[in-house]
Ligand binder design. Structure first.
Ligand SMILES: C[S@@+](CC[C@H](N)C(=O)[O-])C[C@H]1O[C@@H](n2cnc3c(N)ncnc32)[C@H](O)[C@@H]1O
Length: 365
């Protein structure tokens, strides 16, 4: 990590999201990133209550609203105008708590302006959401407590820092053991040419600092997280000729991952049974792209997943049974590359099931 690079990237990203962009329409490569409907009524209802001014400034690239949110303490890294925070505020309920962390005053001002509106709309006596100024690389310096949060989410922000290790270290600090980092971000299939990292707009649009799968795996391991589990990935189409010239043949996608802060001791492979009690998921719980737990089915899982399910907020939704006799596990052995978003997309394409691109902007140069 070079500090000077971090400082200059932060300054240009701050300028981009504070001064250059006024709404999603001003993004150059991401014109349609919003998700308008899910298959779950309680989530669609929460989304429909978000104020249109907040929604218009949503700059995310994926879906970062996980299951089991009631009463949870949740932190959003790079919360922007607060769209995901307000959805989470509704789903966590009045006794939950949501904090948005961002470095850009204009984004924070917009989010704060709508706290009262959402508190009233949700029928809460007092707000369960607030917004704090700070850097995602220095979460504890912003006054946030260690071992405090159940969930940390982030939507299209971690690519914007050259110091991803610091973000993972700090996130691990503020999460409880068994807590989850659930984030969506831009991934690249290669290490980009250093010239791209000098380009302010490439940072602002999420390409210069895109993740690589190998970097994500290494960072997770170094900072005490489980292996990253892919929930979804979508191709990203580079629309502008000017961008194509800078980025060359590099391929991009937007992918969503879940990672858990692991206890020091990992369990043996185990059988687990989902009890169907998670809100909106009476029949089955899709945990990641390899694991769907049907209610009351006995499923063999590897030791890491057994540890996650028993140490996290999912523990009340699972009966953890004696160790499995089978050596492997549902969804394949844990060391496969099937969580690499590009492998996932190649497989989906071969099955004739390639997801829609994450970005449907048709802006001309
Ligand atoms: C692409 S926008 C996403 C905003 C929000 N997550 C959403 O989905 O609308 C990126 C946001 O991250 C913030 N950000 C970028 N780098 C940051 C950093 N190093 N520390 C704190 N905030 C950062 C920017 O200010 C901006 O609000």
């Amino acid at each position: 990590m070079i500090d000077a690079e971090s400082d200059s990237v932060r300054d240009s990203v701050k300028d981009y999201y504070g001064k250059v962009l006024q709404s999603r329409d001003d993004l150059q490569n991401w014109a349609c990133v919003s998700r308008s409907k899910t298959s779950l009524k309680h989530i669609d209802d929460a989304m429909a209550l978000v104020h249109p001014d907040v929604e218009a400034r949503y700059y995310g690239c994926g879906w970062v609203i996980p299951d089991v949110l009631e009463n949870m303490k949740i932190l959003d890294l790079g919360s922007g105008s607060g769209r995901d925070c307000f959805i989470l505020s509704k789903l966590a309920g009045e006794t939950g708590h949501v904090i948005g962390l961002d470095m850009t005053d204009e984004q924070l001002d917009m989010a704060k302006k709508y706290i009262e509106y959402h508190t009233t709309t949700f029928g809460y006596k007092k707000p369960n959401v607030n917004f704090v100024k700070g850097f995602i690389e220095k979460i504890t310096d912003a006054g946030l407590s260690e071992d405090f949060f159940d969930i940390v989410i982030s939507n299209c922000v971690l690519n914007m820092t050259p110091d991803k290790r610091a973000v993972f270290q700090e996130t691990s600090k503020v999460l409880k053991v068994g807590g989850e980092l659930y984030f969506s971000d831009v991934f690249c299939d290669r290490v980009l040419d250093p010239e791209v990292r000098k380009h302010a707009v490439m940072w602002g649009e999420g390409f210069a600092g895109a993740f690589n799968w190998d970097t994500l795996v290494a960072l997770s391991e170094e900072t005490g997280f489980s292996r990253p589990r892919l929930t979804n990935a979508k191709p990203v189409i580079i629309e502008k000729d000017e961008f194509k010239k800078i980025l060359g043949d590099a391929k991009f996608c937007a992918a969503t991952y879940r990672l858990f802060k692991m206890p020091t001791k990992t369990m043996e492979p185990t059988n687990v049974v989902y009890n169907g009690r998670i809100t909106g998921k009476p029949k089955a719980l899709v945990f990641d792209h390899r694991h769907t737990f049907k209610t009351q089915d006995i499923v063999s899982v590897d030791g890491e997943l057994a540890t996650i399910l028993s140490s996290s907020r999912f523990c009340d939704a699972f009966d953890i049974q004696p160790p499995a006799t089978r050596p492997c596990c549902t969804g394949g052995c844990p060391d496969t590359r099937s969580n690499d978003p590009f492998e996932f997309l190649v497989k989906r394409e071969a099955e004739g099931n390639l997801p829609e691109p994450a970005c449907c902007g048709k802006k001309s140069d």
